[in-house]
Design a binder for this molecule. Structure first.
Ligand code: CAA
Length: 689
């Protein structure tokens, strides 16, 4: 890889260009090259100012994340920032694309920052379970004050050029194409003015007031407690920003470094970094390279305007792609379109969209009651009721209507895609596009590759996912595909433990303590027991609850009783029903005791199912399974997904525990052959990725 810094001197200005594709991450070789270029420019009497600029698509995207966890190589990023702090001549950063993390920190250590109009700056380290470790937590508050700094650093949000200018984080905005020339002109003015060089590290004006507001930090922590729960980074960021306010710059920096070292060694950060790379890895399909041409998708058709069809449609509207939306009745069509509009208007009312944008998106919908309206579509997605008969009928009709070269996709969540494809004369054009509900929000898209699906069709689906803001994970054909199949055993075990007498509150609390947003039974109550329990044949607790009118949160009662603030409380009636159903099914009273034991019962079968999915080749790699769980089921990102977590627990321990559980609870706990092989070989899932 080309990792260089080069410089030319013109008119007394040293123009140092960093070039480390694809995103100019500050790897050790690049840091070394930058250090020597700076050193040379500092010593060169012909040089009166220095400009830092990047080649390629962006300014520096931050530290090189692949180096974390390895021994640090000199110079470190803080060393480079210290070098800039001591620079004998003005240094100007010229920023295009994004200046993120260590990249923005380096820019903040320069005297001036000139940004392209489309550029963004930010400190996204929190998303990797880290804090900015090269002065970001010390410099940003000195510019914007503690309150705004807390928001910027704990959210990791990207700040647009205009906002950055108004906050004082940058000094000037240039037109995109003329960034270099405008920044050079800026540098020349600086030299000509001979003005005192502004140093953020010496400023205290913005934090003066914060010294007398000690509550600021505790209030911020309390207000955001829910959002920060389980993540160690936000707390550390708050501490570091407080240090910026209370200590002098060098002591604050030392505090920041100590906190950074703690975070980088934490399992949470390791998990979040795993997820960062796993998300990008998921896009790669071994037998499909860049030479496989994707099909241009300019017009989409969606069949079914229900909850899924509507959500799916919104993804394409958001990306500016027109959608023909087909339903069987005018009423269903009107209802579906009204729901889409209501969703957009809700977004607009929160100020996250303009009224004009709402109208632009709505105008991209062409409603129709005829499948024939899909004749021109490049991609048709079927999102109707989960019935093989209904779906094969639709695909057979679609086969006669769709133009040659159109991709025919099903949003089925568990039916056999190959059977659906067999209803057409062109199974190679059929693919599964499994969205997760709410489809306009959840970032996972399972791309299901059937036995006949052609490579360009898979390539198109994978690339299209990125275009509509989704992360695609490739799945083979099986019941439930990756995410649903993976998580199903968790629900089965929760319900089995319930019948054995483990309190549902304990089961839910263990899941919430692990990091899920809610427990299994709270989730059932939220979705609605009448919706989930529709097909039950034998007597179940859920069926009895429905019969008693306890349909879930919407009725104020389901597994739990809900108060007016929708907080769950244990219900005596539910407890009685559970005992009755257990007695009727002859389930012996043998509650699982202890959080660790409950967690093992709930999650080891998930790990086991993951091993099977991997071994059967349904998923390409272990990290894809983690991504499916994190993005499809909100598996806590700081646990890294089920297989990353299993590696942390130790596969040997999991196999041993499962063998014990198998003796008690049967086959579900028989360790999958792959799990056993990895454990016996002292290996981890991560070693296979
Ligand atoms: N280090 C190493 N590799 C990185 C990287 C980084 N900081 N940022 C991106 N990459 C890699 C990606 O893994 C990807 O590699 P592959 O092509 O091999 O998959 C490649 O660069 C392109 O990345 P994207 O696919 O994400 O490209 P994009 O155009 O969609 O997004 C981006 C570009 C906005 C910069 C995005 O990559 C991103 O958000 N990167 C991470 C930024 C970040 O978190 N920086 C902080 C680093 S931590 C730090 O700096 C700590 C400190 O203070 C000392």
């Amino acid at each position: 890889m080309n990792q260089t810094a080069s410089s030319v001197v013109t008119d007394g200005i040293a123009l140092i260009t960093l070039d480390n594709p694809p995103v100019n991450a500050l790897s050790a070789p690049l840091r070394q090259a930058l250090q020597s270029e700076l050193d040379r420019a500092f010593r060169d009497d012909q040089v009166h100012a220095i400009m830092l600029i990047c080649a390629g698509r962006t300014f520096i995207a931050g530290a090189d994340i692949t180096e974390f966890g390895q021994p640090w190589q000199s110079p470190s990023l803080p060393d480079l920032c210290a070098m800039l702090d001591a620079a004998p001549k003005p240094v100007i950063a010229a920023i295009h694309g994004t200046a993120l993390g260590g990249g923005f920190e380096l820019a903040l250590a320069c005297h001036y920052r000139v940004v392209a109009a489309s550029a963004r700056v930010g400190l996204p380290e929190v998303n990797l379970g880290l804090l900015p470790g090269a002065g970001g937590t010390q410099r940003v508050p000195r510019v914007v004050g503690a309150k705004a700094a807390l928001d910027i650093v704990t959210s990791g949000r990207q700040i647009k050029a205009k906002e950055a200018l108004s906050l004082g984080l940058v000094d000037a905005i240039a037109d995109d194409p003329s960034l270099q020339s405008e920044a050079l002109a800026f540098a020349r003015r600086v030299v000509a003015d001979g003005a005192a060089k502004p140093r953020i590290k010496d400023r205290t004006d913005a934090i003066e007031g914060d010294r007398n507001a000690p509550d600021l930090f505790t209030t911020f922590a309390t207000t955001n407690a829910r959002r920060f729960k389980g993540f160690p980074a936000p707390g550390a960021i708050i501490e570091a920003v407080q240090a910026a306010v209370m200590l002098d710059f060098d002591d604050g920096l030392a505090k920041e470094t100590a906190l950074f070292e703690q975070l980088v060694a934490s399992p949470e950060s390791a998990a979040q970094r795993h997820v960062f790379f796993a998300e990008r890895e998921a896009a790669r399909v071994p037998d499909i390279g860049p030479e496989t041409t994707a099909i241009d998708i300019a017009a989409v058709g969606v069949i079914g305007a229900g909850t899924m069809g509507g959500g799916i449609t919104m993804n394409f509207l958001n990306a500016g792609i027109p959608v023909t939306l087909v339903e069987t009745s005018q009423e269903a069509l009107d209802r579906g379109i009204a729901t889409i509009r209501r969703n957009y208007e809700a977004t607009a009312s929160k100020g996250r969209m303009t009224g004009q944008q709402v109208e632009q998106r709505m105008a991209l919908i062409s409603p129709s009651l005829e499948l024939g309206a899909l004749a021109h579509a490049d991609l048709v997605i079927e999102a109707v009721y989960e019935s093989m008969d209904v779906k094969t009928d639709i695909f057979a009709r679609l086969d006669r209507i769709a133009k040659p070269g159109a991709i025919l996709a099903s949003n089925t969540s568990f039916l056999n895609l190959d059977r659906i494809a067999a209803a057409t004369s062109r199974p190679e054009w059929v693919v599964g596009l499994h969205f997760f509900s709410p489809a306009n929000v959840m970032r996972l898209l399972e791309v299901v590759r059937g036995a006949a699906t052609a490579k360009p069709v898979v390539a198109t689906a994978m690339r299209l996912a990125k275009r509509i803001g989704k992360v695609a994970v490739l799945s083979g054909v099986c019941d439930g595909f990756i995410a649903n199949r993976l998580l199903a055993p968790r629900g089965t075990q929760a319900e089995a433990m319930m019948l054995e007498g483990t309190p549902i509150e304990a089961i839910d609390r263990v899941l919430v303590d692990y990091g899920f947003a809610m427990g299994h039974f709270q989730m059932m109550d939220l979705v609605g027991l009448d919706v989930i329990g529709r097909n039950a044949t034998e007597r179940t607790v859920m069926g009895d609850l429905v019969a008693a009118g306890r349909l879930g949160q919407k009725r104020g009662a389901g597994y739990y009783d809900y108060d007016e603030k929708r907080r769950p409380h244990a219900s005596d009636l539910t407890a009685t029903l559970i005992s009755e159903v257990a007695a009727a099914a002859s389930v012996a009273h043998s509650p699982t005791v202890g959080d660790e034991a409950i967690l093992a019962r709930l999650l080891y079968p998930v790990v086991n199912e993951g091993a099977r999915i991997l071994e059967e080749g349904i998923a390409l790699r272990a990290s894809d399974i983690d991504i499916a769980a994190v993005l499809g089921y909100n598996w806590p990102v700081y646990r890294g997904g089920p297989l990353f977590w299993a590696d942390q627990v130790g596969l040997g321990k999991i196999v041993a525990d499962m063998r014990r559980l198998e003796a008690l609870h049967g086959e579900t706990f028989r360790p999958a052959p792959l799990l056993v092989r990895l454990a016996e070989g002292g290996k981890r899932f991560g070693d296979r990725s």
